[in-house]
Design a protein around this ligand. Structure first.
Ligand SMILES: O=P(O)(O)O[C@H]1O[C@H](CO)[C@@H](O)[C@H]1O
Ligand SMILES: O=c1cc[nH]c(=O)[nH]1
Length: 306
């Protein structure tokens, strides 16, 4: 099991009175309270083996992305920007005991990898949300930082997602629960999207826009690529589909946004719930940082060679 974080990180927990109105992280599972121990299997953490409030009670921002190396680099970047002790090069992977996901903590910012696709991020989110709940975190903003394929926009643009849509351009996530299909909303917080967009205006040479993000179950056929091992549609059909997506407001495609939006929304992790009237010093620092340096993207887009 990963050891708990050094005392220097624990001391950054905000004062109880820092926030005048708190928004908790909710779990919606009546069985959890009655459990003697909650093991977060894929994070290699647990309520009996780790002091989760001490380790994570001060978390205010969670940034997630597919690749472990990217999330480590992001954590090192945050370490420098927050001017924490040391150079951050030896930053500890809190989930080192498992190779499923990695997790780094820099002050109030948690950086977590989630792998590729809905099933992978959904397992991570179940355990992350329980972690934040057990740690008594509140007022948590979560942002997925990812790559995506742009539609009708310049390669390299940053798309801030307002709504995640499925392959039929509908703002929904269909979760199969036992043998039922349960439909969940995929709206993301518009206020946060606007805040992020306003921050982006201060960053030169990075075209940024707000738009819908389409989430698919597959990188190849699901995204209309012609270069997968299987392809059963014509170039014309592909272009027709992408044009219809564009007309429906879709500006980029990736593979996690619908379940991300659905789960975070249900569990009180909508970042843009901006309840704070007085904010902690760390949070002001982080907000300043984002305003200055723009580490705020939801998806940066690449070309779509296929
Ligand atoms: O850039 P990340 O976060 O890895 O996410 C995108 O990249 C992967 C596909 O290459 C998918 O998981 C997609 O959502
Ligand atoms: O899902 C993805 C991620 C990156 N680029 C794409 O074209 N699609």
């Amino acid at each position: 099991m990963a050891s708990i974080l050094p005392a220097s990180n624990r001391s950054m927990r905000p004062d109880k009175n820092t926030y005048e109105r708190k928004r908790s992280v909710y779990v919606k599972n009546p069985y959890l309270e009655g459990m003697d121990e909650d093991i977060l299997y894929h994070l290699d953490l647990g309520t009996k083996t780790h002091n989760l409030p001490a380790m994570f009670g001060d978390v205010k921002f969670v940034c997630v992305g597919g690749s472990p190396n990217r999330m480590k680099a992001f954590a090192q970047f945050m370490h420098k920007e927050l001017r924490l002790e040391g150079d951050g090069e030896d930053i500890e992977d809190i989930c080192a005991g498992t190779d499923r996901y990695c997790m780094f903590k820099t002050g109030p910012v948690l950086s977590v990898s989630h792998g590729m696709g809905i099933p992978s991020i959904s397992i991570m989110l179940h355990e992350l949300i329980k972690l934040l709940h057990h740690a008594h975190c509140c007022d948590v903003t979560i942002i997925r930082i990812g790559t995506s394929g742009g539609i009708g926009i310049a390669p390299g643009s940053v798309v801030i997602t307002d709504t995640a849509v499925d392959s039929f351009f509908k703002p929904r996530f269909e979760q199969v629960i036992l043998d039922n299909v349960v439909t969940r909303s995929t709206e993301l917080d518009k206020e946060l999207a606007n805040d992020l967009f306003n921050c982006s205006r201060e960053i030169p040479n990075v075209p940024t826009l707000i738009g819908h993000t389409m989430c698919t179950y597959d990188f190849y056929e699901g995204q209309g690529r012609l270069d997968g091992a299987l392809c059963s549609f014509s170039r014309e059909k592909k272009l027709d589909y992408l044009k219809r997506a564009y007309r429906a407001g879709v500006r980029n495609i990736e593979m996690e946004s619908t379940v991300f939006a659905a789960m975070c929304g249900l569990c009180g992790l909508r970042g843009a719930q901006r309840p704070e009237i007085r904010v902690s010093e760390e949070r002001q620092k982080v907000e300043r940082l984002w305003k200055n340096d723009g580490m705020i993207l939801v998806s940066s887009t690449g070309g779509r060679p296929g």
